[in-house]
Every structure is written in C-alpha cells, then in structure tokens.
Write a protein that binds this ligand. Sequence first.
Ligand code: GAP
Length: 493
Amino acid sequence: MKAAAAEDVKENLFKKVISHAKEYGFVYPSSEIYDGLQAVYDFGPYGVELKNNLKAIWWQSMTRLHENIVGIDSAIFMHPLTWKASGHIDSFNDPMIDNKDSKKRYRADVLLEDHAQALENSGKVSEANALLKTMGKLLENEDLAGLHQLIVDEKIKCPISGTSNWTEVRQFNLMFSTQVGSVAEDTNTIYLRPETAQGIFVNFLNVQKTARMKVPFGIAQIGKAFRNEIVARQFIFRMREFEQMEMQFFIRPGEEMKWFEYWKESRLKWHQVLGIPAEDLRIHAHEKLAHYANAAVDIEYAFPFGNKEVEGIHSRTDFDLKSHQELSRKKLQYFDPEINQNYVPYVVETSVGADRLFLMTLCNALTEEMSGEGENAKMRTYLKLHPALAPVKAAIFPLVKKDGLPEKARTIFDALKFDFNLIYEDTQSIGKRYTRQDLIGTPFCIAVDHQTLEDDTVTIRHRDTTAQERIPIDALKARILAEVSLSNIFSKL
Ligand code: GAP
C-alpha cells in the first residue's frame, strides 16, 4: 500500500511538472492547434531562457574552464558514408511488423502501445501497464520473436484489414532520412544526424590543426539530433527532435581509463553544483557495452517515473576515427611530439541531452510549501531554480501606479536591463505579482515605494525565503550579480 501511495505521489508530481511547464510558458506541445505531433515539443518564453542558460553554462564550463577544449558547430546533414562508418546504418534499429493482408507496415511497439492505450481507455489500466512493462523488457532484450508472440497473444488486429495475419518482427532503422537534389533521378538519400558526435569526429584533424591543439584535447558541440524513437513517452524525456551537448576528448591510447574516471567525476559534480541533490543522482554502469566502447556509464536522475539516464560517459576507443579513416581513405592520425609517435587517438565522450537536463532541472525545482501561519497558512508553489539558471533574474514593481513610482521603477529597469533579463510589472496587487514571479522561478523582486522617492532605496524580496530587505538602488546590481553570475557556479567546479 505504502509503495503504491509513493508511486501515486510521484505520478502526480510528474503531472504537475508537465502542466506547470505548459501553463507558465516553459514547454508547449508542437503544433498544438493541430492536436500536436507525438514526441515533438516547443519551448516557450521562459523555457527558452532556461534552456539557453543551461546550454551557456555547459558551453562555458567546457570551453572556458578547460584551456584544452574548443567548440564547433557542424551541420545537421552529413555525407551519408558518415553513418556507414559510425555503424548507425547497420545497427541503429527498432522493430517493425507487416500485415500480410493489407500489406501495411507498423512499428511493433506502436501497435502494442496503441493496444495498451485502448485497454486503458476501457478502464483496464493494470492490464495496460502490465503489457507495456512486458513490451519494455522484450525491447530491452531485443527479443523480436517475443514481440511477435506478444502481438499474437494480445490478438492485435491490423486496423486496415482487420486480420491478425502478421509477418515476423524485423529491425527498423531509427534515423530519419530525406533527399538531396531537386529531380528524382538526381536524388541522394541523406540522414538527419542521430547524434552530434560524428560532426566532431569528421572534423578532428581540421580542429587539431587550425586551433593547434595537443593531445589530450577536447571538442565540444551543442546541436539538434533526430531519432525516430520507439517509445515516445514521458514528455520531453524521449523526443524525436532534441538537442545534445557532446564533448569528445581525444587522448593517447592506453590512457582512456584515467580520463574516463576524470570525466565521470567531473560531470557528476557539475550536476550537483547546478542544484541537483547528490542523493537524486547515481552512476549506472552499462552491462552490455556498445560495439565501439570499452567502458560506459550513465548519470541517472531519480525522475518521478524512475531512475533514468540524463548523461552518458563513454570510452569509445579509436573506433570512430578508425572507421572514418578506413571509409574516407584520409589519415586521421596525430603526431605526438612528446613520445615521437603517430597514432589514432582514443576518445572519451561526455554526452548530455539539453532537454533531459531541462526536465531534470524542472522536476528538481518545482516546490510546494506551506507558508504563513494559522488561518492564513496556504500552499505556496515556486520554482527553486539556481539563480544562474532562472529565466528572469529580477522583476521590478512600482507599489502603486501613480505618484511617480512607475517612472522611478522604469529608471531602475533601464539601468539594469543590459546586465540582466528583467520583467517590469505594475498591474494587480503586489502579492499577486510576487506569486507570478515565484511560479517562473525569478530569484529577486524589487519593489519601488514612496520611500524610494525620498532616499533612493528599494525592497528586495528573495524567492526561496520570501524575506525582504531594504537596500540602496546603487547596490542592486552587485547584489543580484553575486547570485546569478555564472562565476558563482564556475568557482565551485
Ligand atoms: N553520442 C553518444 C550518444 O548519442 P546516447 O546515450 O544515445 O549517446 C546521449 O545519447 C544523451 O542524449 C542521452 O543521455 C540523453 O540525455 C540524450 N538523448 C538521447 N536520445 C534522446 C531522445 N530521444 N530525447 C531526448 N534526449 C535524448
């Protein structure tokens, strides 16, 4: 009973996160007026600020805190042979099934998901959950025969032919493809990249030479990636279009374990410094290693729907550079002057999804607390975001909309707007204005009252404690900067 109650609380928390994200301008379903597009989302005015802050902190902690890491921005489209070399064409797959009567092709998992949805809609929630669980296990084990059997056992019918005359389940590639060229005869199939890493590998020598890098060195990149995902569930956790922040660290062969440990610790600490409690993070070692890896771990977060991967740290050996070298017939080697040797460097990769990081940050920040006492006690909801991550750093409120207070508040706004993302608001009660800022995680609210006109002081209200203090207008910039500046984070890394 206790466990079931805990599950309910978590499920409710996740529902609250999703509705909060929508209601307060963080995340919207894509093309919502057409009922949305599965597993694709848009970021609203506060969402884009939060995501940009996360990306800026990642970028700067890679490229500024490490003199030997530089960035690039490679194209989404790459030569099709890239994906042959990386192994994505041959082994980046999902299961599919055909109906022999209608000749229609389906994704095996989608058929099962739709069937589970139908069960849920008819009130058979536990049966639906059990079905999804079994499907998840079969997918994890790549048990194609098992998936086929499950479809047969559940008596799932093709919506077109109405029959259960199914083929075996076969693998289906997760990459999206499109055509380059305007006339059909000239077209070439190319892919939307399923990871940003390959743009780094193919530019390894360009960067090493032009930026005069010496091993060990890293190349960082932030960009969109696309996967035709099987289980497109859990809000922005698993999307078909998402953003990755990846860094490939090129090292001497044989030194990979040392660097693997270094990056594992370093990345775990990074998440903690941004406000994620250590007890909600864990390292999960991969039991089954990918064909290119000799060590791999995930950094997992205790999401309301379970411990799930946020970031991967992979020791990728020299697999990618060697494959590109073979297929392109271009040498991708480094001459190491310290040991007087040529070699293909080994790589340790850190790979984090910007959207998953966003979701973790939001789940961690959404706080509900009782505030006030006795009869006045009520629930206060706010986003306890690290001030450096907050979409809006300060809101400026004239207490009333007369007596010269709006004009005074505007001069403060104009003086601070070059340094911080601000909101000016002069409608409704000050209490309602505080509440609105709490809901989007604004760390400071600055109130301009009649005393301000006399002595150039304002009250500054702190989001987490709701405590207020009176400070001179001249001190505002330093006071806000002390908490929201990125150096506040970097000094702890
Ligand atoms: N280059 C290595 C690589 O791509 P991955 O474990 O497949 O490794 C890395 O992906 C990270 O990208 C994941 O830890 C996750 O944060 C993010 N990611 C992967 N697929 C995603 C999806 N469909 N939606 C959102 N984020 C995703």
